[in-house]
Ligand binder design. Structure first.
Ligand code: BDP
Length: 715
């Protein structure tokens, strides 16, 4: 009986064309069978020679064995000598075999880069994966696996890769009680108490492998709004466990720290950074951490921002605060990442404040301080210009912070591929050293001789089975990592890689799905905040539209009206010379370009200008009509996304197909909600009709105003 059941089971699952349900938990590391086109080429590789036996090399070796087993069914034979058709893995292979180009490659690939070469033919062929460090070998191994997952031609590989940023980090905004600030994929993976650390080990390993596969080499384990308690024994024990687990994947752990920790958990009178006792406290704490975690990465600090304590509480500067921590970390090569996300209720345009506070401090930070700057001057909006801090501090190490979690882009309900947005920022020209001084170059060390280069992405990861809530949000984790490794990669190439590995390499699937991804961010911009509008979201949850919100006692710069300024005479924030003059924080010619509505890019026009409703846009349409068309385009685009996705049925497993279909339905409904809420509300000022050829709004403004968004579904 049992045998019969097994046989039936076997027959069922080996039926050709049957696509098994998938939960998404293995992310892009599924190692599906490759197609017949490449099978013969790939299964030629039968033996594996490994140089070295460190834990990192062990991870690389096991990953390769499992990946090849999954993709080709070949059980790699571990060999003690270099012979036959084999894969060679390890540091120092250049001394074992004579392969042209290996030495030069190693000279140029730096500490974490790698070299991959294919030599020989047929049964006497080798794939050599080598680097200057074990970490480089790990990254090279994952790169080779990726080539196979994407069914690339591997007959003549000749690759030398070097990461563009030295430190490539995820920032988890995870609270110690297990909630995640702006997290939409379940509870924290780190501070979850319902399960024991060991029960989650397999889960953590997927996390670690996924990060290593894209080259992420650091992770901040807790929220920037940091609880001081993270530095107490109880929590540090967990940090030690996590550090031990992540170490073989070349991932260092970092912590967000609360500036008031010496007073709150240390019992000191205050946390004044210039007081000896406080400085000593931090030194002792740091020493204690390094005793347990010798490769601890360092601290991330949000200070004097949104109510968090900081050096200014004692009349000291950001540099005083950062340098105190830097001094404590210096003996261990630890890093301080000091955030420039600051804005006080000073009445000055919020978009100007990071620049105003930080640029005068240029040159005053210790060498192991990196100032961490959000990509835009305000706050992770669907579209912002780049932050003018980039390019403006040539004697300070600056790093860019992107938000991967979709706080302002529809949570985990909306499909929004963020690589296009990140590319837009990377490629923006700061003109800091003349034309071509892109944000990428102003942060990767090629324009300024930064002591450290780094990049951070606010993670979208939680305990949901598929990690990120929306299957397509996995792409944002993946793409962030790929761009952190190499910001010159193209968003579409990355998207294609990810689709192939995560779902299927079939053109019939990849092409339309990639098209959906590539157009998705602009769709969100259009149905939420087109033409440079920003921060129209509900004032605390940041999800649905609330351009009308007024809250007694709330800071004006937390409310949408501060940003859109809609009135009968027009809409937009005047940041030109005649307004807040934020434009002067940009280098010429950009300052002049932004200053003039005729030259300002129209996709940012209401960011920089307050314009009358009948202002003539380059299309010849009035501003009002243009706004209407953008909102309607956004909705149309989501409907198109739905249509395209519906045709994917049968090309991938039903489970993920249905899940995405369901999410797109929500997105489509919410896009209409956004469009109607914004246009009907703005119409009360413009007094102009929605162009007749467009469909009528499906909602009533007064009804929309009554919607109370319930956060409980989203955490
Ligand atoms: C804002 C978020 C807030 C974060 C803050 C930050 O709404 O939850 O604490 O950024 O980056 O976008 O510190």
């Amino acid at each position: 009986m049992r045998r019969n059941i097994l046989l039936l089971f076997f027959l069922f699952f080996s039926m050709p064309g049957l696509i098994l349900a998938e939960s998404g938990e293995n992310l892009w590391l599924r190692y599906d069978k490759v197609s017949d086109n490449v099978f013969d080429d790939y299964s030629v590789l039968e033996t594996l020679y490994v140089e070295g036996n460190s834990p990192v090399i062990g991870v690389a070796r096991n990953e390769l064995i499992n990946a090849i087993k999954g993709m080709t069914s070949v059980d790699l034979d571990l060999s003690k000598k270099v012979s036959g058709s084999s894969i060679l893995l390890g540091v120092g292979l250049n001394e074992k075999i004579d392969v042209q180009g290996l030495e030069e490659g190693l000279e140029s690939c730096g500490p974490e880069g790698y070299v991959i070469r294919r030599v020989g033919k047929d049964k006497e062929t080798q794939v050599v994966i080598t680097a200057n460090t074990d970490a480089g070998v790990l990254y090279g191994t994952f790169a080779f696996i990726r080539m196979m997952q994407n069914e690339e031609d591997i007959s003549a590989i000749n690759v030398v890769e070097t990461p563009k940023y030295e430190l490539r980090l995820l920032n988890h905004w995870d609270n110690l009680d297990g909630t995640v600030e702006r997290g939409y994929a379940g509870h924290s993976i780190w501070w979850n108490r319902e399960k024991d650390f060991n029960d989650l080990r397999d889960h953590y390993q997927i996390y670690a492998r996924a990060n290593a596969s894209v080259g992420i080499n650091g992770t901040v384990l807790n929220n920037v709004n940091a609880a001081p308690e993270v530095l107490t024994d109880e929590y540090l024990e967990q940090v030690v466990r996590i550090a031990d687990l992540l170490r073989p994947y070349n991932i260092k752990v970092y912590l967000s720290v609360n500036f008031s920790s010496p007073a709150v958990i240390g019992g000191l009178e205050d946390s004044d950074p210039l007081r000896d006792e406080v400085r000593e406290w931090w030194k002792d704490k740091v020493e204690e951490i390094y005793e347990e975690i010798p490769d601890f990465g360092g601290f991330l600090v949000k200070a004097n921002s949104e109510g968090q304590p900081g050096p200014q509480d004692y009349g000291r500067t950001h540099a005083d605060g950062a340098n105190m921590l830097a001094e404590a970390l210096e003996p261990y090569d630890g890093i301080v990442m000091w955030r420039a996300f600051v804005y006080a209720p000073s009445g000055d345009d919020r978009a100007k404040q990071a620049y105003t506070e930080f640029v005068p401090l240029d040159g005053k930070f210790h060498e192991n301080v990196i100032v961490q700057v959000k990509n835009g001057p305000i706050d992770f909006q669907p579209r912002e210009p780049f932050s003018p801090v980039f390019g403006a501090m040539d004697e300070t190490s600056l790093m860019i912070e992107f938000q991967i979690t979709q706080e302002y882009l529809g949570f985990s309900n909306h499909l929004a591929y963020l690589a296009t947005m990140q590319k837009e920022t990377f490629e923006s020209d700061t003109y800091a050293k003349g034309p071509g001084s892109t944000v990428a170059k102003a942060t990767d060390g090629s324009l300024f001789s930064q002591k450290h280069t780094a990049i951070a992405g606010v993670a979208n990861i939680g305990r949901d089975v598929n990690w990120t809530g929306h299957h397509f949000a996995q792409a944002n984790w993946y793409a962030y990592g790929r761009l952190a490794w190499d910001h010159t990669l193209r968003a579409d190439d990355i998207g294609k890689e990810w689709l192939g590995m995560t779902f299927s390499n079939e053109d019939a699937f990849v092409e339309p799905s990639l098209n959906i991804m590539m157009r998705s961010r602009e769709a969100v911009v259009n149905y939420m905040t087109p033409l440079g509008l920003h921060h129209l979201m509900g004032w605390s949850h940041h999800h649905g539209p609330e351009p009308w919100t007024e809250i007694e006692g709330a800071r004006p710069d937390w409310l949408p009206k501060y940003y859109h300024n809609a009135s009968e005479d027009g809409i937009g924030f005047d940041r030109s010379e005649s307004g807040s003059n934020a434009v002067v924080q940009y280098e010429e010619p950009l300052a002049s370009i932004y200053n003039n509505p005729k030259t300002c890019p129209e996709n940012l026009i209401l960011w920089f200008h307050h314009l009358p409703w009948d202002y003539t846009m380059s299309s010849g349409l009035s501003l009002w009509d243009e706004l209407c068309y953008h909102y309607y385009d956004g909705v149309e685009e989501v409907r198109l996304m739905q249509k395209k996705w519906d045709r994917m049925q049968g090309l991938i497993d039903d489970e993920r197909f249905e899940h995405v279909r369901h999410k797109l339905k929500i997105q489509s409904r919410e896009a209409e909600w956004w469009r109607d809420a914004c246009l009907l509300y703005f119409q009360t000022f413009s007094g102009m009709p929605i162009p007749a050829e467009l469909e009528r709004p499906v909602h009533d403004l007064e009804e929309l105003k009554k919607i109370k968004f319930d956060m409980t579904h989203h955490n």
